[in-house]
Write a new protein. Structure first.
Length: 172
């Protein structure tokens, strides 16, 4: 099952990127989104970008039939590989592991800045696509549906956080 979204920002890509590449801002972002025990495992430069690995616990608002499988909090391990592309685009390929949950989550974000920047239009666009699957019989489709709904909610909450936090970051 797939989840996708388009997020437009007034800030430039370099400013937005700080919340995805700077340890202090990554931790702040996840904590404001309700995560606890946020840990940056690795931030490392590569030839054409960088890698980020994080781990955090997030609250699980789980339907009854999935409670025994998911619990009240889930530990997430997230690995992101960022690559600069032609045309000042930045692509993030990610793998998300929900520890102990039989589901596979992968995705990508593609950040781009329009060639002709309009004063009233967005400066940076982020196209997000996530794919969720589970091979568990019987409850697998319910699990995937729940995870998709949760990811949609988390994506929207993170977008709203960034819309508020980015202008403040520019004044610091």
């Amino acid at each position: 099952m797939q989840v996708s979204a388009i997020h437009d920002y007034q800030e430039d890509l370099d400013t937005i990127l700080r919340f995805f590449s700077e340890e202090e801002l990554i931790i702040e972002k996840y904590q404001k989104l309700g995560a606890r025990n946020v840990r940056i495992v690795k931030i490392e430069e590569t030839e054409d970008g960088f890698l980020v690995e994080t781990q955090r616990e997030v609250p699980a608002n789980v339907p009854g039939m999935l409670k025994s499988l998911l619990g009240n909090y889930n530990t997430i391990k997230q690995s992101e590989t960022w690559h600069w592309l032609e045309g000042d685009q930045l692509k993030c390929e990610m793998q998300v592991e929900l520890i102990g949950v039989p589901a596979a989550i992968t995705g990508q974000m593609l950040f781009s800045e329009p060639a002709a920047k309009l004063k009233s239009g967005p400066t940076t666009r982020n196209n997000v696509e996530m794919t969720i699957s589970s091979s568990v019989p019987f409850i697998g489709s319910t699990l995937v549906s729940f995870i998709c709904d949760d990811i949609k909610q988390q994506m929207q909450t993170e977008y709203e956080f960034l819309l508020e936090a980015l202008p403040v970051l520019l004044t610091e």
